[in-house]
Design a protein around this ligand. Structure first.
Ligand code: NAD
Ligand code: UDP
Length: 341
């Protein structure tokens, strides 16, 4: 057993990172945030202070900048790292492959180099269900093979998992948790922090919330001719606060020196696009106008997590319902129609 107290959170100003920072503080950990604000706002820090009552150390900079990272590791006793920093927009990754490969791979390589130099041996990595590629069956379990990604973003996740796996093979004293997230939605129940995409959202929930506040006229449902009960695609939507709790449980696992471990973080329950629209309307009383359009290229019909391994080995079980997620996403968007601006 090793004690983990101080946790460096790369990308801690972003959507999942900021919610995880709260969960860490609530469970007695000391987070230190590193973020270059490439896809987040400095206002997040003020909101985190209101929610937690704490001044959270924040260093603005790029995780690919080795000298910058070395300084932070030299001036703080860091016990573990949670590595959220990275670019994450699927469509943009097709347009800007080099930027995605550079940022996502370099940040991981630099972080691992500095951790090795400084003797910090615990890390959690934000992976994604996208590493499974097109599912051959559902639920997807950790034993299922890594697939082929259909875009550079997904390929960076597969490549980063491979980097961690190869590293763990020779560094047996390192503890690495690869967490494969399914579809994070929802927001902190305070409505003070949430998902704030720049421009028109690509993902379903932020699109729905922007329709709900009248920023967008209607939702386009991409395809209702899939082989699912209502013809629309099925995903595993997990509340971001449940996801955040999963990271704290993974830290506890790392403290037991497990080496490299891999877990899905999902609810185990599939929800279709139409079911999500109806749940949103029921949870919030807001009507979501929609039109049915053609399928979006690259979408798979059905995708949800096998959750037994995380439940058995981490004690992780998603607690919040799809209605909680809808109500919380809606509260965040209603209170912050322009995000953090
Ligand atoms: P986000 O964009 O809200 O947060 C990422 C944060 O990292 C941002 O604040 C950004 O400014 C920062 N960042 C990016 N590159 C950086 C760099 N080189 N140095 C320092 N900071 C940098 O994204 P998120 O939704 O919170 O996702 C967090 C992680 O989880 C990402 O790695 C993402 O790929 C992964 N993930 C997200 C989802 C999802 O649907 N949101 C699903 C699966 C996996
Ligand atoms: N979707 C949709 N309209 C939108 C955005 C998404 O119908 O404006 C559908 C999409 O086709 C998919 C589901 O919602 O079936 C979830 O999409 P998202 O991009 O949020 O997640 P991912 O496809 O990456 O799992």
């Amino acid at each position: 057993m090793s004690e983990i107290k101080t946790v460096l959170v790369t990308g801690g100003m972003g959507y999942i990172g900021s919610h995880t920072v709260i969960a860490l503080i609530e469970q007695g950990y000391q987070p230190i945030i590193v973020d270059d604000l490439a896809n987040s706002s400095p206002e997040v820090l003020n909101r985190l202070k209101i929610i937690t009552g704490k001044d959270i150390p924040f260093f603005k900079g790029n995780v690919c900048d080795k000298a910058f990272l070395e300084k932070i590791f030299s001036s703080h006793k860091i016990d573990a790292v949670i590595h959220f920093a990275g670019f994450k927009a699927v469509g943009e990754s097709v347009e800007k492959p080099l930027e995605y490969y550079r940022n996502n791979l370099d940040s991981t390589l630099t972080l691992l180099e500095v951790m090795t130099e400084k003797g910090v041996k615990n890390i959690i990595f934000s992976s994604s269900a996208t590493v499974y590629g097109t599912p051959v069956h559902v639920p997807l379990t950790e034993e299922d093979p890594i697939g082929t990604a259909t875009n550079p973003y997904g390929t960076t996740k597969i490549m980063q998992e491979k980097i961690f796996t190869d590293y763990a093979f020779v560094h047996k004293d390192f503890n690495i948790a690869l967490l494969r997230y399914f579809n994070p939605i929802g927001a902190h129940p305070s409505g003070l922090i949430g998902e704030a995409p720049y421009g028109t959202p690509n993902n379903l929930m932020p699109y729905i919330t922007q329709v709900a506040v009248g920023k967008l006229p209607r939702l386009t449902v991409f395809g209702n001719d899939y082989p699912t009960p209502d013809g629309t695609c099925i995903r595993d939507y997990i509340h971001v606060c449940d996801l955040a709790d999963g990271h704290v449980l993974a830290l506890k696992k790392l403290a037991q020196n497990p080496g490299l471990v891999i877990y899905n973080l999902g609810t185990g329950k599939g929800t279709s696009v139409m079911e999500l629209i109806h749940a949103y309307e029921k949870a919030t009383g807001v009507k979501i106008p929609y039109v049915i359009a053609a399928r979006r290229p690259g979408d798979v019909a059905e995708n949800y997590a096998g959750t037994l391994k995380a439940e058995k080995e981490l004690g992780f079980k998603a607690k919040r319902t799809i209605f909680d997620s809808c109500a919380d996403s809606n509260r965040w968007q209603q209170k912050n129609p322009k995000g953090y601006n």
